[in-house]
Design a protein around this ligand. Structure first.
Ligand code: 9D3
Length: 258
């Protein structure tokens, strides 16, 4: 995978690539990284990259000219409609994008190159989106000050899915996660600040441990992510035992509810 990041502040993404599992992947030749400073492509001597929006409104927008020149330097071409979206994708990180999910991470991890355009100010001239951008992606419903942090999230999530970057084992476990949050985990010591490790985990009784963990997962998911329970049910993600546990705990909830 090759990541090309276009930004007014490339130091932000540089720092990340210098120190993480990605640094190892780069030295092994599995991942490539290139940062392009958009300011280097401003045509005027003041290196202007922003201006006020036509029609009025708050703040400033990134100018089309420096963005277009930086994109062409990155090897981007204007869209033709007949694009090979498996080999190379141009992504604009934007609060108005479609939501980033594990499914989208898997799709993007299969690309040969991701060109990530990070915005500053209130956004970019729409003509850059129309002419070059394949996907507009948001990382969630909260407001960031710029696109760089979002690009790092996308890079981290996709990079670890690339074959050879992390062990197949941890990815396999992930697919087992199937619609529920994790159970609580404990390691040594057995007593920490008077807090004891749950007895069942020390019992060596594998069937009881498995059942305890399943109940903990269902309880936690019902409490903080009831949407995952609804979606998991609809998608047929749960086996009959899990459905029984969900129904029991939902019933408990109603009994103690009021
Ligand atoms: C006035 C409306 N605002 C849009 C919701 C303006 C605005 C806020 C934040 C314009 C740009 C930004 C900077 N955010 C990003 O570049 C960004 C982002 C985000 O804020 N949330 C979630 N995902 C992303 S991806 C890029």
């Amino acid at each position: 995978m090759k990541y090309t990041v276009l930004s007014l502040f490339p130091e932000i993404t540089d720092a990340y690539f210098a120190n993480s599992i990605i640094a190892r992947a780069i030295s092994r030749g599995i991942v490539e990284y290139r940062a392009i400073n958009i300011r280097d492509y401003a045509p005027d001597r003041h290196k202007t990259c922003d201006d006020a929006p036509y029609g009025g409104g708050p703040g400033m927008l990134m100018l089309a000219e420096p963005l277009g020149r930086a994109l062409e330097a990155a090897g981007a071409l204007p869209k033709t409609g007949a694009q090979d979206r498996l080999s190379r994708r141009l992504i604009y990180l934007s609060p108005s994008g479609r939501p980033f999910t594990q499914e989208l991470a898997r799709e993007l991890a299969a690309c040969e190159e991701l060109i990530l355009l990070c915005g500053r100010y209130e956004g970019i001239d729409q003509r850059i989106i129309d002419r070059y951008v394949d996907d507009e992606i948001s990382i969630g419903d909260y407001v960031l000050s710029s696109g760089e942090a979002a690009a790092l999230v996308l890079i981290d999530a996709t990079c670890r899915l690339i074959d050879q970057v992390i062990t197949a084992e941890s990815l396999e476990e992930e697919s087992f996660a199937g619609g529920l949050l994790e159970y609580p985990q404990y390691t040594r010591p057995e007593v920490y600040a008077t807090l004891e490790v749950p007895r069942v985990l020390l019992s060596g009784h594998h069937e009881n441990i498995r059942r305890w963990r399943l109940e903990k997962r269902v309880r936690k998911t019902l409490a903080v992510r009831p949407d995952l329970i609804r979606r998991g049910k609809a998608a047929g993600l749960f086996d009959t035992e899990t459905i029984t546990v969900i129904e029991e705990l939902e019933k408990d909830e109603r009994d103690t509810g009021d």
